[in-house]
Design a protein around this ligand. Structure first.
Ligand SMILES: Nc1ncnc2c1ncn2[C@@H]1O[C@H](COP(=O)(O)OP(=O)(O)OP(=O)(O)O)[C@@H](O)[C@H]1O
Length: 317
């Protein structure tokens, strides 16, 4: 039996069209999954429903055997076992790191509270910052304090709602690597919501792709990359080149080989230096424009090139 079960959840806000449509997902205990979808696809709404902080129009959420009740059904909305962490850190600006982390433990035994705070400061490598105020910390450290606060009540489930969006790339990578280890150590179940596939891949290899309120596909990055269910899932991984004279059939830039003599004719319009290759924008004889990867950095703007690809790599929708 799955640990966290989302069963046919539907959500409409007022008369608007549904934000979540028959959404079902089973998550195992200790699993870390990344839920990827563009802005407005219903990710935050789903997390709030899982946390018991938002009413749903229909469907159920279970944590083990316990049905998660919505705010209308419960005197105090939400559950200690399920903690939500947001993009904005929501820290108390005039409280220290230690006080921020200890906030949820206000009614707990003093000794237990101190021990738990010490544990978390150590776990998050924040011991040297315990007396600092949030504004004296970097963005990544502030987010760690917010995560520490969420962990203080020893939750079973952590829901991360775009938690790294305010951080720069290097801070993001470092924090993701650190958190991966922490989550593994704590054996906590994590749903990480992001619009950024790279962040999702850094965090875990269990992906759920969501689009316009629906679960599109679930699987490993390889499975989804090789066999995307629809064009949206395919485009999350790379640009797609539409193949002329074939209906709704595409080839990825990384699957196109560039030659000098034989193949489909194209002319290089633009060259962009990227880390592992030059990205060429080329025009085909029917005037359509493709992106291709010049891995040896051989070609220049104005060159006439020939393109070939393996038909097996074509994607049709
Ligand atoms: N309280 C609300 N009342 C009315 N509509 C809402 C409310 N919250 C969200 N919505 C709408 O529901 C849709 C989904 O929003 P949601 O925030 O769940 O998506 P998201 O994928 O998390 O997007 P983002 O990444 O931009 O937060 C949006 O069209 C949004 O405007």
């Amino acid at each position: 039996m799955s640990y966290l079960k989302i069963n046919a959840v539907q959500k409409e806000y007022g008369e608007e069209k549904p934000v979540l449509i028959n959404f079902s997902l089973d998550i195992d205990r200790g699993q870390v999954i990344s839920l990827v979808g563009e802005s407005g696809s219903g990710k935050s709404t789903l997390l709030r429903i899982i946390a018991g902080l938002e009413t749903k129009s229909s469907g159920e959420v279970y944590l083990e055997d316990e049905k998660i009740l919505s705010p209308k059904e419960k005197l105090v909305p939400g559950y200690d076992e399920i903690q939500l962490v947001f993009q904005e850190y929501h820290l108390f600006p005039n409280s220290t790191v230690e006080e921020n982390i200890g906030r949820p433990l206000i009614q707990y035994d003093k000794k237990y509270k101190k021990r738990r705070i010490d544990e978390l400061l150590k776990l998050l490598d924040l011991e040297n910052f315990r007396n600092k105020l949030p504004r004296q910390l970097s963005g990544g450290q502030q987010q760690k304090v917010a995560i520490g606060r969420a962990l203080s009540l020893e939750p079973q489930v952590i829901l991360l709602d775009e938690p790294f969006s305010s951080l720069d790339t290097i801070q993001r990578r470092e924090l993701i690597n650190e958190l991966k280890e922490i989550f593994k150590k704590l054996k906590v179940t994590v749903v990480f919501v992001t619009h950024d596939l790279d962040d999702a891949l850094q965090m875990t290899d269990s992906l759920v792709i969501m689009h316009k309120g629906k679960l599109i596909q679930q699987g490993s990055p390889e499975e989804i990359f090789e066999n995307p269910k629809n064009i949206y899932a395919a485009k999350l991984f790379s640009h797609l080149n539409l193949i002329p004279e074939k209906s709704k059939t595409y080839i990825r830039p990384s699957d196109v080989l560039i030659f000098k003599s034989t193949g489909m004719s194209a002319k290089v319009l633009e060259k962009q230096y990227l880390v592992h290759y030059n990205q060429l924008t080329v025009s085909l004889s029917d005037k359509s424009v493709w992106k291709v990867e010049d891995k040896k950095r051989e070609f220049d703007v104005g060159d006439r090139v020939k393109l070939k690809w393996d038909e097996q790599k074509e994607l049709s929708f």
